[in-house]
Design a protein around this ligand. Sequence first.
Ligand code: NAP
Ligand code: MG
Length: 496
Amino acid sequence: MTVSGSGAKEAAGSALVAGSGWEYAPAPESREIVSIASEYGLFVDGRFGPASKGRTFATINPATEEPLAKVAMAGPADVDRAVAAARRAFDQVWGSMPGAERAKYLYRIARILQERSREFAVLESIDNGKPIKETRDVDIPLAAAHFFYYAGWADKLGYAGFGPNPQPLGVAGQVIPWNFPLLMAAWKLAPALAAGNTCVLKPAETTPLSALLLAEVCQQAELPPGVVNVLTGAGDTGAALVAHPGISKVAFTGSTEVGIAIAQAMAGTGKKLTLELGGKAANVVFDDAPIEQAIEGIVNGIFFNQGHVCCAGSRLLVQESVADHVVDRLKQRLTTLRLGDPLDKNTDIGAINSRPQLDKITELSAAGEAEGAQRWSPPCELPGKGFWFAPTVFTGVSQSHRIAREEIFGPVLSVLTFRTPEEAVTKANNTPYGLSAGVWTEKGSRILWMAQKMRGGGGGANTYNRLDPASRFGGYRESGFGRGGGRHGLGAYLDV
Ligand code: NAP
Ligand code: MG
């Protein structure tokens, strides 16, 4: 318990606010279900083995800075090996396997993920720093749901609207970030495999462990060797993978900066590319919105996963007539958030994933203050070790402030106000990004009007951060191009 009771009561006035006056007993999830090896190899051609040059790197627990394991660092020779294995598997087994057969493997992986869900949830929480209640209730079930969903498509590709007999592309090179490590792996692998491609996946340097456990699940499911290969490493490994001539398709999720470099490197190669990049989404609250519901949506929009969410509602646009009330209620609500041990089942806000990410959040928040916005955080004691950042709200933000323009990718909300729906749209669209948006209003017609006018790949009406394997996801402008999820996600892996 690190949110102090007295401050919470003060902000809450006379209202009874859950959590404000009560100490919760610690409720840590046991680590025993997970056995973390001291060293991990690369997963190539169905087997684990060291990197060809024997290089390794460490992954740590960001909540404690405790080193967890040494992990193999893949170099160009390993990329060659993995791509060759994936090509062989594509040519000899997977590419020509009937869809109904491929589906069996995907269903198996989905079921094993469910069976081993607690193990995955604990491991993901330890390696990433996110709260166990999120890995347990979101990351892992949603990863399994992606395998279930795309398993269902594998034998129905001819009915997906891409022609009677759509063909896979070949070997997919997939590079993913650290914010939803297992979910991103599932998001990339499941549609690619369902469509008949084989994969070489590069997880993020700070969160390799759940992808390696997923590789073990592939073995357990008796997936033919080479169909899925996992190359751990750093940015150089990712760069070598996407530039490899044996790759037919690149799927990247990460920063806009790296996305641009990949697009440049691939220009003229004729390979298919999808880029899921950053965002600076507006969460727009009108004066007729159900305010208490909106408060929950605002909190979920920016404080879920410590704000390490590309579609986070990091800009709150609130109608001026209700702005003071909304901000007051939001502050009361934030005093009840519990920051601390990610493995504690009561924890709402876990650790920031890495020191560099913490530095970036700290620097941008300092810029917010320097540019004149008002900074507020609930009374909040941060643990002495590890990487932590208190939930933070900036009011008095103007559109030119860096905290209104740049992606912070942390638990920091910038509040702006508007008077008319037109002004809300103009401000919402005043960003180089275009990934997602939220609207809170009682009027259905206004929701539809806003949805037509706001530039973003997706969004929520009177809800936020709802992710489902059946719904498409992707961006415009600096948020990237191509769509994942749903039927669209299949199209990205078919020769259409
Ligand atoms: P990042 O630095 O772009 O890293 C993403 C992945 O790319 C990591 O695996 C990284 O390896 C690798 N990488 C780094 N440099 C590379 C290069 N030159 N060529 C190929 N691969 C390279 O992004 P991040 O900081 O990890 O993730 C945060 C960003 O991702 C945010 O901007 C966020 O908005 C975005 N994101 C977008 C979505 C979406 O669906 N639109 C989802 C999640 C995150 P290392 O880990 O070793 O650096
Ligand atoms: Mg780690």
